[in-house]
Design a protein around this ligand. Sequence first.
Ligand SMILES: Cc1ncc(C[n+]2csc(CCOP(=O)(O)OP(=O)(O)O)c2C)c(N)n1
Ligand SMILES: [Mg+2]
Length: 349
Amino acid sequence: MTLMREKTILELYEAMYTSRYLEKIVTQLWEKGNIYGEMHLGIGEEAIIAGVLSHLIPGDAISTDHRSTPPFVMRGVDIESLLLEFLGHPKGLCSGLGGHMHLFCKELLLTSSGIVGSSGPSAVGFALATKYQKTKNIAVAFFGEGSMNQGMLLESLNLASSLNLPVLFICKDNNWAITTRSNEVTGGVLLDRVRGFGIEAREVDGSDCMAVWQAVETAIPRLRKRNPAPYFIQASCTHNEGHFLGDPLLRFHRSPKKELGAVTGPLTKSVLHYKGGRLDKRISSVSNVLALIAKARAQLSFSNDPIRRLEKTQTHLKDQFAQIKLKVEKKINSISERVLNLVQEEASL
Ligand SMILES: Cc1ncc(C[n+]2csc(CCOP(=O)(O)OP(=O)(O)O)c2C)c(N)n1
Ligand SMILES: [Mg+2]
């Protein structure tokens, strides 16, 4: 196991905190109505993204899913153009047409898509290109465990293995796909499934950025060698903000009186209504909803927060962490103020 340098730990912290603080600002913008529609945060995944990206070199490609903010920001995309993109502004990264889910940055070889599982094929495409170009570059595919039941991702694993492509597959496993518990709809064991394609695969605690960093450190030589081989990492994580901002399951958990109050009437009516399905079916549907709310509460784990985890284990770096926080907050606050001023000025014209 490689001993991690203090500098690397501080870099990981800065990367994670930058993404976290930016997503806090994004949350405020969404709550105020400046960002329309769904917003999927990567809060809780920062250790995975930072631990992987720390090993990348120029020319490596990243293809990610609907939680694109952490990889894009940690890879160095201009924060202002990212925020403007989320606001749907023409000066945004993709002229305001992509929103937060469908992003592309040609210079840094970054792409994201809301089509679950699609980061697999695009990473395989990138990796095939690097093979033709005979570079040492690799492609990373980030996706959730829900994607592991998508045909295109399984086809990507097969292609990467049969063509010996340098693809690092990173499965961010929170065991939820919106309101479905993934283990209830998944046959067999994921790592066995991947090994069945002839791909080396391992598990890691994805809330521990140092553990992720170490796991990728082991994988990189296999990916960058002359005859590369793909590699697969299943990294556990927790989304304490639920599937997306305003997640109804979490709203029930956070303000039970308000949320349950609003649905109690319609739910009772649906059970007692004289028309419709059999009474026992209706009752069981309502109890399914209540069970789902309870499961959503069970998924939350603030002790799994990657930033708190690092702060707790590296107490000797407390002062440096505090300085990083101040620096990051100052930078992002000034960017978001600029962005908001621009948008408000334009709205008043
Ligand atoms: C092909 C496709 N099917 C369904 C959806 C709807 N959908 C959006 S996110 C999501 C769940 C994805 O779960 P997972 O891959 O585990 O990612 P997580 O949201 O947990 O990070 C689904 C089913 C979609 N966007 N694309
Ligand atoms: Mg998931």
